[in-house]
Design a protein around this ligand. Structure first.
Ligand code: CO
Length: 156
């Protein structure tokens, strides 16, 4: 495993529409492990592939340090309710802002072992997944947040 360099806002890779992943192999699993290690080392709760410079549709999410989800080609297929809460991002150090997100979601994705998965999520997990999926479409939370402040809090 290895720590990867986190790309910061302003890097063009963070604006790319990421490509779907076609081949799920050991190389990809190693990359997911490196993403996870990088995320934990930065005390983040989610990380998307473009944040480490690779414009492919993969992200890793772990909001409770117990349940890590490696998501390949994730798609949100259901959204319910809206909730506004404060967010940050590993690519936007020390910036926080309020973002309106769906309260509950259903997300379909492919696992690291090439299995189709469906996950229903709410709360912080739902928020984090929506944040990471935005990264796969070249969107940063600071583009949609209100009340942006500088300080230290949770990072995604
Ligand atoms: Co982020």
């Amino acid at each position: 495993m290895a720590l990867l360099e986190i790309k910061k806002a302003g890097d063009p890779v963070l604006k790319e529409i990421c490509k779907p992943i076609e081949k799920i192999d050991k190389r990809l699993r190693n990359f997911l492990d490196d993403m996870a290690e990088t995320m934990y080392a930065s005390e983040g709760v989610g990380i998307a592939a473009p944040q480490v410079g690779v414009a492919i549709r993969a992200c890793v999410v772990d909001v409770d340090k117990k349940n890590r989800y490696d998501m390949i080609n994730p798609v949100i297929t259901f959204r319910e309710g809206t909730v506004i809460d404060n967010e940050g991002c590993l690519s936007c150090p020390d910036l926080f802002g309020d973002v309106e997100r769906a309260e509950k979601i259903r997300v379909e994705y492919i696992s690291r072992f090439n299995k189709k998965k469906t996950l229903e999520a709410e709360g912080l997990l739902a928020r984090c997944i929506q944040h990471e999926l935005d990264h796969l479409d070249g969107k940063l939370f600071i583009d949609i947040a209100t009340n942006i402040t500088k300080g230290k809090k949770d990072k995604k």
